[in-house]
Write a protein of this length. Structure first.
Length: 398
């Protein structure tokens, strides 16, 4: 069968491919350490689950308005206002089937064939594929590992052309955990406004920040006409399977996303919407508990990786990923590339990681530390053993 031309511009998410291979191995009885999946290992908090059960028993099971029930839109904008000092109205909010759906809709609604989209590298792979799917041209902004993958407005500005339509920022970043500081964020938005470009800010990991960094959103800026904020309840409340995300933006932009949604998914599952209201309005202590646990794991995994001779590891400032540099193990003495290395890690050490090429770099792998401390310790032991055997000549006595 011949599929549409646009299908040839995208591929199955490499992260999903790793998850699939890992699942196969697990099903075959392998004792796997899974650093591949970007998913909290905590259960959804009880109060949130109860709200869904109540919604179900009250027969809240019918279509809702496409963009979400008003109660939920209100809860989203109120929480955003409380957390970040923004002032969105429910008309400036659409509830989507996870943050991914909001990104898909935002890019579909704004990008025409040939429009350029500035995307910092390393990027979360979905951005690249959705830009390509929409017919846009990704313009990649290389960031430097020795600067902790910092994104600077002046570097972004150098890439702007008359065809630039959108800048995509994801802070904290998947896959590096890098955080764009608030003053740089403001510069990016000011740049977008000055040059008449849209800025998409993906805040999916906004609550997971370390070393005293305070949650921050560009949504609190006064001049936010050129801004699309994408958010998600998936990671914040450990609700990945519930599929609740949102976009915040001008009423005109949100209306355009809604138009698209009205012909595709329609509303987010009714009972998931009620659960989301509880997540946003109910007690927030589970978020702090999870953050505390991620902070402990981050230290463990970063220190553990740095103790492996040959591995370099930038300090992640947020999210729950670390992006170690494995260059020393690539090439003639080790694996052919990061993809081959990740495949060998999975097959030989039974450790699942996602290879860097999925995120636009050749010399890294992504490790998700949304796994228990026991799993992290076991994974580090296996990595140590694996790498010690991979390039014995260069690093045996290091
Ligand atoms: C950077 C980033 N944005 C958005 C999402 C979307 O998550 P969801 O669709 O589950 O809300 C993810 C999920 O992994 C992500 O890593």
């Amino acid at each position: 069968m011949r599929f549409s031309e646009r299908m040839s511009r995208i591929s199955v998410s490499p992260t999903a491919a790793v998850v699939q291979k890992a699942d196969q191995l697990k099903a075959g009885g392998a004792d796997l350490v899974d650093f591949g999946v970007g998913e909290p290992d905590f259960p959804t908090p009880e109060n949130i689950k109860r709200a869904a059960v109540e919604a179900l028993s009250e027969n809240f099971t019918k279509y809702t308005p496409t963009g979400g029930i008003r109660e939920l839109k209100r809860a989203i904008v109120d929480r955003h206002a409380q957390d970040f000092g923004s002032n969105y109205s429910p008309e400036e909010c659409v509830v989507t089937v996870g943050g991914k759906h909001a990104i898909f809709e935002a890019i579909s609604a704004t990008i025409d064939h040939g429009d350029e989209v500035i995307l910092p590298v390393p990027y979360w792979v979905t951005f690249l594929d959705v830009i390509n799917y929409a017919g846009g041209k990704p313009v990649l902004l290389r960031t430097r590992e020795d600067e902790d993958f910092a994104i600077r407005a002046d570097a972004v500005e150098r890439l702007i052309t008359p065809r630039t339509k959108l800048i995509v920022i994801n802070s904290p970043s998947n896959p590096t955990g890098a955080v764009v500081p608030p003053d740089e964020m403001e510069k990016l938005l000011a740049l977008a406004v000055r040059r008449g470009i849209l800025l998409l800010s993906d805040e999916c990991y906004c609550k997971f920040l370390y070393d005293g960094r305070q949650p921050y959103s560009l949504g609190s800026s006064r001049n936010r006409e050129n801004l699309i904020v994408v958010g998600s309840l998936s990671k914040t409340y450990s609700m990945t399977g519930w599929r609740v995300g949102f976009a915040l933006g001008s009423a005109e932009l949100i209306a355009s996303l809604l138009k698209l949604q009205s012909h595709s998914t329609s509303n987010v599952t009714s009972i998931a919407q009620k659960a989301a209201v509880e997540a946003l309005r109910g007690p927030q202590d589970s978020v702090a508990t999870m953050l505390g646990e991620y902070a402990r794991r981050r230290r463990r995994v970063v220190d553990g990786l740095r103790s492996i001779p040959g591995i370099r590891c930038a300090e992640p400032q947020g999210a729950f990923y670390v992006y170690p540099n494995v260059t020393a193990f690539l090439g003639t003495e080790g694996a052919a590339g990061a993809t081959a290395l990740a495949a060998r890690l999975l097959d030989e050490a039974h450790v699942a990681v996602v290879p860097g090429p999925a995120f636009g770099t050749e010399e890294h792998v992504r490790i998700s530390y949304a796994a228990s401390i026991e799993q992290i310790d076991e994974g580090l032991r296996r990595l140590k053993r694996f790498f010690a055997n991979l390039v014995p000549a260069a690093y045996a006595q290091a």
